[in-house]
Design a protein around this ligand. Structure first.
Ligand SMILES: Cc1ncc(COP(=O)(O)O)c(C=O)c1O
Length: 396
């Protein structure tokens, strides 16, 4: 059977990483991948994580299976992080959740749930969106549609176009929204826009699926959630997919959670039973180690304080790099206004560079970006900034 297969297409971003690794230029710069890097270009293990791991090594008594829904404490802590302590929904007891293998696992469980329990409903993604969204949703059997997102320049939001599209989406369809730090553009919705979307969703009986992969990477843990919290005041039902890969630097441990808001307590209990049935037939139950790390940190006031500081450090470094890049470009190419980069949030920015300019950066300067012009801002360092700005100015 296997003889007849043609090779599957390689992942475009990982392919670029391989090219980068083979490049022998001593000052090469990699702005492609989706992981945080510190000033030395490393993706560090956070101190709070190391401390939690030491505790776990001492205290852990068994490696037996977790339940299908994973660590219940993690699911509860996630909903508090998303909603914020004291949100009125927490008292209403109409939220359920499961721990998942990463944010991708949460997206897949949500997609399986919708595709199998509510067939014939499409899911709508921003154009552009994280490249894996359509893959995950289609693999679950969902039809994927797009809604407009960017303005004509490709660096800011076209909210009017988005709103017009939302008012035409058929009842019961699912809207995939990025909570903050939109990947790949860095262009986020403002609070009043979240409220407006909430009203449209309620009016048209749509279901929001909020991808929350970067809480704490934009403006702060609570600040990044204000839009979602506002949205949830207006909608009776919602699904929220959390990833702890970025804000805990736990990429390879696969920690995430799916939180579902239902209209009533009974409905939430019923939804949980369906989520568990989706999990059981997929990966049976989630991995424990990463979830135990996050739970240990979030439940210990001292470790939580360390984590919040380390997270603030990552956030600040990204913000500094945005500022330094814009200032550097102002010097190198004052006729081009790149100030929109400081309005964008999170690890990524849409630079507005064309595929031809991206090719020139790679071929002439050994600077690697994905062809859409998306930049991983965390790949910038004070050391590579001058060369980067000179290169970008030369291709503009
Ligand atoms: C928007 C978005 N959603 C989900 C994910 C998946 O996160 P995880 O690695 O936890 O599966 C990513 C990772 O890059 C992402 O950018």
């Amino acid at each position: 059977m296997f003889e007849v297969l043609q090779p599957a297409p390689p992942d475009p971003i990982l392919g670029l990483t391989e090219l980068f690794q083979r490049d022998r230029h001593p000052d090469k710069i990699n702005l492609t991948t989706g992981v945080y890097k510190d000033e030395s270009g490393n993706t560090p293990i956070l101190n709070c994580v190391k401390q939690a791991e030491r505790q776990l090594l001492e205290d852990e008594a068994t490696k037996s299976y977790l339940g299908i829904a994973g660590l219940e404490r993690l699911a509860n802590l996630t909903r508090e992080m998303v909603l914020g302590a004291g949100h009125e929904i927490l008292d209403q007891d109409r939220v359920c959740g499961v721990q998942t293998p990463g944010g991708t696992g949460a997206l897949r469980v949500a997609a399986d749930f919708v595709a199998t329990r509510f067939p014939n409903h499409s899911i709508w993604c921003s154009q552009p969106t994280w490249a894996n969204h359509p893959n995950v949703f289609r693999a679950a059997g969902l039809n994927v549609e797009n809604y407009p997102y960017l303005d004509a320049a490709g660096t800011g939001l076209d909210f009017a176009a988005l709103r017009t599209q939302f008012t035409q989406i058929p009842e019961g369809d699912v809207l995939c929204l990025h909570a903050c730090c939109h990947n790949p553009t860095g262009v986020d919705l403002q609070n009043d826009q979240w409220r407006e979307i909430g009203e449209i969703i309620q009016e048209r009986a749509l279901i929001p699926l909020v991808d929350f992969a970067y809480q704490g990477f934009g403006d702060g843990l609570d600040e990044d959630a204000t839009g979602v919290r506002e949205l949830l005041r207006h909608v009776p039902e919602a699904m929220i997919c959390t990833s702890f890969s970025k804000n805990f630097g736990l990429y390879s441990e696969r920690v995430g959670a799916l939180t579902v808001l239902a209209a009533t307590q009974d409905a939430a209990g019923c939804v949980l039973s369906h989520l568990k049935s989706c999990v059981r037939s997929n990966y049976s139950n989630p991995p424990k180690h990463g979830a135990a790390i996050v739970t240990t940190v979030l439940e210990d006031a001292t470790l939580r304080g360390v984590w919040e500081q380390e997270l603030a450090g990552m956030r600040q470094r990204i913000s500094d790099m945005r500022g330094q890049f814009v200032a550097g470009m102002q010097q190198q190419a004052p006729q081009h206004d790149l100030s929109f980069i400081t309005n964008q949030r999170g690890m990524f920015s849409f630079s507005g560079l064309s595929p031809v300019q991206v090719d020139a950066l790679r071929n002439e300067w050994s600077i690697y970006l994905v062809s859409s012009g998306r930049i991983n801002v965390a790949g910038m360092t004070p050391q590579n900034m001058a060369r980067l700005c000179e290169a970008v100015a030369s291709v503009l």
